[in-house]
Design a protein. Structure first.
Length: 237
């Protein structure tokens, strides 16, 4: 571990669909950690204790919830969830190295490189802290036009499913791509039933609308002050 870039002790969970090179020794994953699990959705690699063939459903959102469900009673103190193409698509190399050893909840994003700042009625923007924001009305319109849904059809419906008092502001704060560093304490705000429910919700299609909505809800899930419904609240178990 002393020669790896991740030194925080965090466990690295990577969703891969033809992103990483076939020779993993040349990949960024090998450079950053030897404490990792790759969910291989294209089934390109031979399975072992660091590589699992995964169903190609629910994008990386399914994999986040699947990992939590399968390890709920033995979670790492900190888990890094990211896609195989997180560098440089979602985060530049310099920022990735700067934040990757954080142990607090951290979004892995770097859209300030090429995204506009706020202006009236803009669809999405990046603020001065490199945080991405998107209009919920546009999110709902995209779900209606492009993504298939079975159970939830808007961002507010998703919040209503999880929280007693979840409200949507003018913009949704989230990290496109769903790449995050999440401490165990944040994950355990919710019971295992919650993660099983969310996993099932995105398991029916390669790119279900529910995964699109949940990607936009991840920041809110772990960084909110809303009241979690009893059926999902870990304090009620």
């Amino acid at each position: 571990m002393e020669n790896k870039i991740i030194k925080s002790g965090a466990f690295l969970v990577v969703t891969d669909y033809n992103f990483l090179p076939l020779n993993l020794e040349t990949s960024w994953v090998n450079e950053y950690s030897d404490n990792y699990l790759i969910y291989d959705k294209a089934h390109r690699f031979e399975e072992n204790d660091k590589i699992k063939h995964q169903a190609n459903v629910g994008a990386n959102i399914y994999d986040i919830f699947d990992f939590i469900v399968e390890n709920y009673n033995n979670l790492p103190e900190t888990t890094i969830f990211c896609k195989g193409n997180v560098i440089p698509k979602h985060c530049g190399f310099d920022k990735f190295k700067k934040i990757i050893n954080n142990t607090e909840f951290t979004t892995i994003e770097n859209y300030i490189r090429d995204h506009p700042r706020h202006s009236p009625n803009i669809y999405s923007f990046v603020d001065e802290t490199d945080a991405y924001h998107e209009k919920p009305i546009e999110v709902n319109a995209t779900v209606a036009r492009i993504h298939l849904c079975k159970s939830l059809f808007s961002y507010q419906e998703l919040l209503d499913e999880i929280f007693e008092d979840g409200t949507v502001g003018e913009y949704i704060r989230f990290a496109p791509g769903g790449n995050h560093i999440i401490p165990k304490t944040s994950i355990l705000k919710y019971n295992k039933h919650f993660y099983e429910t969310m996993r099932d919700m995105v398991s029916w299609h390669v790119q279900p609308g529910e995964a699109y909505l949940l990607e936009r809800a991840l920041f809110t899930l772990f960084e909110n002050s809303f009241i979690i419904k009893n059926k999902y609240n870990n304090n009620n178990n």
